[in-house]
Design a protein around this ligand. Structure first.
Ligand code: HEC
Length: 112
């Protein structure tokens, strides 16, 4: 019986470990999914970023224009212009809600 509990616990821990390994850290997700437009440093000074005129997220004034909830929604659902044309795609199929939340915290750290 004692042994069974140990096996069970070990199994549960291994499952938890696998689940954690699937979620990439925010810095890695930023590099892989966001830096192309927003820049590694959040300034948006990349070819795609300049073309799309992304905002400079090191600016406190720019960051004050959206709430965390706005940013989470934008990252999950995407951003459209007033005419309904997609400016940024949504990432809810690629990233978990937790990863998105952590990415928003990552965005907040760019602010000087
Ligand atoms: C194809 C280019 C592109 C990629 C890739 C991209 N974005 Fe964006 N993003 C934009 C554009 C364009 C806007 C709208 C202009 C702005 O606010 O800078 C925007 C806006 C935002 C906003 C502001 C939302 C608001 O409410 O004002 C956040 C936060 C954001 N992006 C986060 C992310 C995160 C996190 C990723 C990666 C998972 C990402 N973006 C990937 C182009 C991109």
């Amino acid at each position: 019986m004692k042994h069974d509990l140990k096996t069970l616990l070990f199994g549960a821990l291994a499952t938890l470990g696998a689940a954690l390994a699937l979620a990439a850290p925010a810095a890695e997700n930023w590099e892989n999914h966001c830096a192309k437009c927003h820049g590694a440093d959040g300034k948006g000074q990349t070819k795609a970023g300049r073309k799309l005129q992304v905002k400079d997220y090191t600016s406190a004034a720019e960051q004050a224009k959206f709430t965390d909830a706005d940013a989470i929604r934008a990252t999950a659902e995407g951003v459209k212009d007033p005419a309904g044309k997609e400016r940024m795609k949504g990432f809810k199929d690629e990233l978990s809600p937790k990863e998105i939340e952590e990415l928003v915290a990552h965005v907040r750290k760019f602010k000087s």
